[in-house]
Design a protein around this ligand. Structure first.
Ligand code: 5AD
Ligand code: SF4
Length: 441
């Protein structure tokens, strides 16, 4: 009997890429991948453990999925990903509906775990690996324009706030030829953009090749292919990488460069291994080499012992850099990390107020930057209908800004020159160059 499996994914892009790997493994073993949850024989949540609120959301989902199990007691229910790795057997003990717990390096064992679960046996696999990269697995992707390609797994940075080294294990890179072959296959299938993914892509290596070599090798496959990458660590961003971005038209002029805090004292407590001065010097160097580059970042409000002065340093760094966008978070203590032992002394209202100041500042800066693009011409890669309306389409600029355009005779994958007519802090609105603003009735 053909069993069907449905996976619901939470968290970062790495998790979405992992879901495609899991689906690739399961499909090869003869399972059907269900398009929606209704009627699936097994349901998995691929989970995130980065902050407590991510976990709370998944607990909520787990409990509201228990009605499915009441309706169909044979349904197999599993937890994958970072929460599986972090909580292990506790998940089975706390939640009687859960049959399978499987961590990020054990996905090859899933078919066996699923077969056992259909026989009524619960199973758990959470060993981390120093070598697993799933390089030989063909991820199961639906056709599209833009694909995510994991080039490495794990992280060796041990920032003191971060649970990832504990949930995803040690850093390891995929061989370069496997990645290049995968992207070549995506090109054949019509994909127009790839994002090379890793927790810290700047430390990618394969024999003598580093991340700059990989990026150039991927970009060389087709000058029409857009190449993106994330995430960069400010400590490891090499001059060769900056030069590669500057010299190749199809490597996007967009860098996600988390700074986390603008205070040297907090950066040291975070074990970020760079200073504010190093970070600002790096930004200057990047902008000198790649003048139109867009930068985005991650920042944490309310790390243990953070003072108002530290917080002001964060705001002033943001003013100085003027990021195009930012992901902004309240500090959330995670067990096993070094910061866990530093306490969590900043009251939630203070964290919340600081976060709001950070968000307000970023919104103003994003808006100011986007306003300067109004009246200009931008080239976008059309991705498909916009989320809000099917009479509008969305695409992205090289610098990763979302642009909404009226639906015309375009198809996803078209590169379109648009005239930007208005902007908010999050979105640009435009119309294709050469097409009148108001269409005849
Ligand atoms: N609390 C808040 N934010 C965190 N991040 C990672 N760990 C934590 C934590 N414990 C943020 C960092 C990182 C991003 C992926 O998530 O800013 O860059
Ligand atoms: Fe979540 Fe981080 Fe794990 Fe991604 S790596 S799934 S963001 S905890």
């Amino acid at each position: 009997m053909l069993r069907s499996i449905y996976i619901e994914t939470y968290g970062c892009q790495m998790n979405f890429a992992d879901t495609e790997i899991v689906n690739g493994i399961l499909r090869k073993e003869g399972y059907e991948i269900a398009a929606d949850i209704d009627g699936a024989d097994a349901v998995f949540l691929n989970t995130c453990a980065i902050r407590d609120n991510a976990e709370q959301r998944i607990y909520g989902r787990l409990s509201n999925l228990s009605h499915l199990k009441k309706r169909n007691p044979h349904l197999v229910f599993g937890v994958l990903g970072c929460m599986a790795e972090r909580l292990r057997a506790n998940l089975l003990e706390q939640n009687s509906d859960v049959d399978i717990v499987c961590g990020p390096d054990e996905y090859r064992k899933l078919p066996a775990l699923i077969d056992q679960a259909f026989e009524g046996e619960k199973g758990i696999r959470t060993q981390l690996s120093r070598v697993e990269t799933y390089d030989d697995i063909v991820p199961l992707r639906t056709d599209g324009i833009s694909a995510w390609v994991a080039v490495m797994r794990g992280c060796d940075k041990f920032c003191t706030f971060c649970v990832v080294p504990f949930t995803r294990g040690r850093e390891r890179s995929r061989p370069m030829h496997g990645i290049v072959r995968e992207v070549a296959g995506l090109l054949d299938r019509g994909f127009r953009e790839v994002t090379l993914l890793g927790q810290n892509v700047n430390s990618y290596h394969d024999a003598d090749a580093d991340f700059a070599d990989l990026l150039v090798a991927v970009a060389a496959l087709d000058p029409q292919l857009r190449v993106r990458f994330t995430t960069s660590h400010p400590q490891d961003m090499s001059d060769r990488l900056i030069a590669a971005i500057a010299e190749h038209d199809n490597i996007c002029k967009y860098i996600h460069l988390p700074f986390q805090s603008g205070s040297d004292r907090i950066l040291a407590l975070m074990n970020r291994t760079y200073s504010r001065e190093h970070y600002l010097g790096l930004v200057k160097k990047i902008r000198a080499a790649v003048p139109d580059v867009a930068l985005s970042t991650d920042v944490i409000a309310g790390f243990p012992t953070e003072t108002e002065e530290d917080h002001q340093q964060t705001l002033s760094l943001m003013e100085e850099v003027r990021y195009d966008g930012a992901f902004m978070f309240k500090y959330s203590p995670r067990e096993k990390t070094r910061a866990w032992n530093m306490g969590d002394d900043i009251p939630d209202e203070v964290k919340g107020r600081r976060l709001e100041e950070i968000i307000d500042l970023q919104r103003r800066i994003s808006y100011e930057i986007n306003r300067t693009i109004v009246g200009k011409r931008q080239r976008i890669l059309l991705e498909g209908p916009s989320k809000r309306s099917d009479v509008e389409w969305m695409g992205r600029t090289d610098t990763n800004k979302t642009v909404i355009v009226p639906r015309g005779d375009f198809i996803a994958g078209d590169l379109l020159d648009v005239h930007i007519s208005s902007a908010t802090s999050a979105t640009l609105f435009g119309r294709p160059v050469g097409i009148p603003a108001v269409e005849a009735a």
